[in-house]
Design a protein around this ligand. Sequence first.
Ligand code: DGY
Length: 330
Amino acid sequence: MPQCGDNVGDMTRAKAFLSRPLPDTVETAIAEHFDVVRASGDKILSAAELREGARGCRVVFVSAMQPFGKDVIAALQPELKAIGTVSVGFNHIDLDACREHGVSVFYSPGVLSEACADLGLLLLLGAARRGHEAEKLLRSGTWTGYSNVQLLGISLTGRRAGILGMGRIGQAVAARLRGFGVEIHYHNRRQLSEAEELGATYHATGDELAKVSDFLILCAPGTPELHRFVNRERIALLPENPVVVNLSRGDTVDDDALIEALKSGRVFAAGLDVYANEPKLDPRYVDLENTFLTPHIASATTDTRHAMGMLVLNGILAHDAGETPDNQLC
Ligand code: DGY
């Protein structure tokens, strides 16, 4: 049986399946090395669509949120040798099944951290400064002019951010927040070195972090341990008028609990980019005035998506050349 980590083999004109469109620059580069087979449309594929589309392909490119389960991985044998996910998250791929069938997996960490952190700041500012209500007021044509008491939000300076997940994205968010005069607190699987912490305060538990989080910012990868990290109990621990930002995965939040807290005012506002059951987010978020919502676009800049796609492709090619690239998961 092949082992995960075996070379992909002779990739000359092997077939590569693209489950979704990628930037033209990336598709052109892929086509230099593979015969490209494309899924029609731009959506998450069902298991049957993925199995049928990728049949006979040695490489499959997918994106965040595309489930790639053990049945499909098994069904694509013996041809499938590599999966490249153009995402930093990889919770959608069954890595154990990949190991079992000798399928190598590549992803795109690092190159998207700055873009994701930029969006984190947009979400925080949009939520804290009531961006949705402000824009709605203007666009509705009902603005009557400047007022001393209209749309008062929350200042960033002097407040405390509690960052859950202090990896590359969390650290990039922290770097930006320091510029706003925000005090940085974090919880992470491991405490960072002093040089990485840059003065941030480590909290050994999520509960301890919650207690100091004027702004609770979720940057951790989606893992079963963090399922519903933001729940009623943790919300009760937050200081007054907190803002919750989610750059992680939708199921890191208990939607019922957060929506209840947004309605009652226990939570001042939320800035969300990710949702449980995407794209069918809970419609109550849309009805609320104190939410600032974006459709999973944290890494969506031209430069970043190019870099993500090229990192994945280059990882596959390097592996084929006998190297072990840094972005190989198994
Ligand atoms: C990823 O790459 O996993 C992100 O969710 C994209 O924003």
